[in-house]
Ligand binder design. Sequence first.
Ligand code: ADP
Length: 454
Amino acid sequence: MKLRFMLPSIKIRIALLYSLIFSVILIVLNASVLYGLKYYLIYQSFADISNQAETILNKLSVVKGDIDFSNENLVFSIPENTYLKVIDKNGKVVYKSRETEDINIPYKSDINIPVKIEKDGMHLTYINEIYNRDGKIFYIQIIKNMESQYLFLKLLFVLMAFADAVGILISLIAGYFVTRQAIKPVDYMVKEVNDIDARKLNKRLKVYGNKDEFTRLAVTFNSMLDRLEDSFRRQNTFISDASHELRTPLSIIKGYVDILDRWGKYDKNVLQEGIEALKKEEAEMEKLIERLLLIARGDSRNLKLNKETFILNDILNEVIKETSMLNRDRNIVLNMDDEIDIFADKSLIKELLRILLDNAVKYTETDGKIEVICKREGQNTVIKVKDDGIGIPSDEIPYIFDRFYRVDKARTKETGGAGLGLSIAKIIVEAHKGSIIVDSKIHKGTEFTIIFPF
Ligand code: ADP
């Protein structure tokens, strides 16, 4: 069985992180205060015993060959927690300020240097001095017990630890509530977003005045919803337009099948006419389905280009020849540079030229002139398809590349266009990183310019 490690909620994680940082700062701060204080107390004690040693050295005197301890000030100058020991040069203790158990600390080393030691669980500071006057040598040792200072430090430590624990607990609780408050908008967004589905794409998140990260998130989310809604709407329109377009050839096919069923069996002419018409409609439908598929692929960025290097002049000649064969009454002029080679998808470029030439033929009078120009301009290959036909009204120009868009619905029905040609042309040009521009004047003519980067 796989065990899954469950992370606590983000509120708890942020609160924990902050209180961890706070605890580390608090502990480091308190530890530095305690250590600082400890060393301050030790150095204070060093100063005390050094002063006391000095005073004692000044007050001691030798009387009749022996050291005189009768000086009363001597004993008074030694405080409670301090212990004075005088040792002669033979190591015999000649004076103890208190009749306590002897504390054995080397007395001949570290002369005049205060030292801190830990002995039998006691924290002590001591200083050794030499009394050398009138031919007499004595060792003087002052030991100070730092018990009360250490007790104070211990007490302080306990108090600080308690204060730290309370502080950390408060920071944890406060951190949790502050974070909960701060990320409240996320809970709201989760609730609202859960409510949005394909049927409720028009719903938007509320955006409040303050410009924080959550507002930016809500704005970004709303603009994503705008795009989604738009693409959903476009997709729906596309599907209903496509079904509508497919219905027309289907109903024609149905009509001919009915005619064939009734009379075709008996009348050869009707049979032949019916078959011809069905073939034509089948070809139209195939073309329409192919175009729909191409648009769908272009939309989902799934259009695969089989690029190769080929001579554009050959393709142009081929397409013009095809169009001229089908429209013998048209005058198509070709004006191009020699040998323009291009790296592109050959069949798509052919389709693009077919679309533009078909349109030029469809929207030009029989005696009209159609001109195809193909040139290399600097880094670009430029193709122009020009006609002197009916032109496009200027207010319609922005829409002609939209799918299923026809300028004059009634008239185009005769010419058979589904309003897909130019949207496919645009998909093909953009897939080749090129651009397509239109320049048209009503009753004067239209010029499509395609620019392919070299
Ligand atoms: P269709 O298949 O209906 O021709 P297109 O997408 O190819 O659709 O063109 C969209 C519309 O642009 C057409 O309905 C037509 O009115 C207009 N149009 C396209 N090319 C030309 C042209 N060369 N001259 C005049 N109008 C044109």
